[in-house]
Design a protein. Sequence first.
Length: 464
Amino acid sequence: MTTATITDLELLRTRVSGAVGRQMPEHIGRLGWDAGRLAAWQRDRLRALLARAIAGSPFHAARLRGVDPVRVELADLARLPVMTKADMMENFDAATTDRRLSRDLVERHLARAVTDPSLLLGEYVVLVSGGSSGRRGLFVQTAEQYAEFAASVTRRPLVATVAAAGGLPPAGLVIGMVGAGSPVHSSGLSCVTATRPPVSLVSAPASLPIAEIVRKLNAAQPPNLLAYAAKLAELAREQREGRLTLNLRSVASFAETISRPERIAVTEAFGVPVIDLFASTEGLVGHSEPGGTVLTFASDTCLAECTDDEGQPVPDGVASSKVLVTNLHNLTQPIIRYELTDRFTPAGTSEGGALRATVEGRSDDLFLYAEGSVHPFVIGAPLLHAQAVREFQVRQTEHGADIAAVTDAGFDPSAVVAAVAESLRQAGVARPQVGFRRVGALDRDAMTSKVRRFVPLPARSGPA
């Protein structure tokens, strides 16, 4: 690595970690706000976002024509047009508020940043999302704007650490991170930049063999663990069998929905209840209480609307078809009523007025058969209960599913195959056909290190 590259990396690290440190006291303070103060903050930030978008982005100026940012109230948000990832990517050059930014420039920087992370134009963080689901998005923001996101992810565990230790330990909040290995994905970039107090991350990328992940975590002995749900379940097994020897204060799952069997296994293995973390590259962040399944979202940094297929708000207790996100801190690439396919079930608001909801997975993960739709956990449950199955991926077929799995030696899949077929029958699929093959490892997305556990057939253009 050249001296120039080291300087670029150190600039990135200094800008982001320094901004997180400066912003953290205010972020923690906002956790104690009441609903009225939060609403006033949201309105003011929304007005600033709309003003910047209209003034600096031709794409947003066109789609928000007629909107007067000075007069906008929170209730007006629902009348603004929805934007999709396809809209953003097709209009990328016109969708940012810095006219120097183009998709070509960002893509070329991204290609270099895979191995040599740095700030684009000495100012901007560049991230990619969606590689594992096939829909790729590029996201650009200043280092300080990205630090707002990072602070919203880490402020609650930081508060818990201070409370448990009677003050901030010298090393700050230390978290073992089993997520993306590449710094162009948000969890990978966090590991590159969060190397000093108040937050330090110990990286053990999910793409590594499990034995290497265990070795890294054992060597570092982080008091907190944050991992993809599938990897967390695997690490729980390593802990139970004595190869992993962590003494954890907290354990959290992110990026994937964690099932009830996985949650129980992780809690029993580590002796602490699981925290659910939702953190999207688009900026939306939510945490559950330890052992809880309802998440409280950082509504001071992102607005989130839970809607049905027609874009109408769903009532509490009803699963949404999508979530419309408005990022209040990214003024470089305005994200205003941006459509996520995640399915939330709203559960009212917190005392401070923040959205509370459970996360039910993604609407585009549903398996659609001629007989109707099947939630993937119906198929996954028998695999999750099979102790010899370490990791798996299920691909929908016309009349059933094909399973690829990493298993213990000598594992007989016949009972699991029969159980999956029975689950599909009970869900209404006639004469389901289930295939099974053992693999040494599952293919992971090169950028995110994720495995998409449930892969539906492409959407059909006409009736089944």
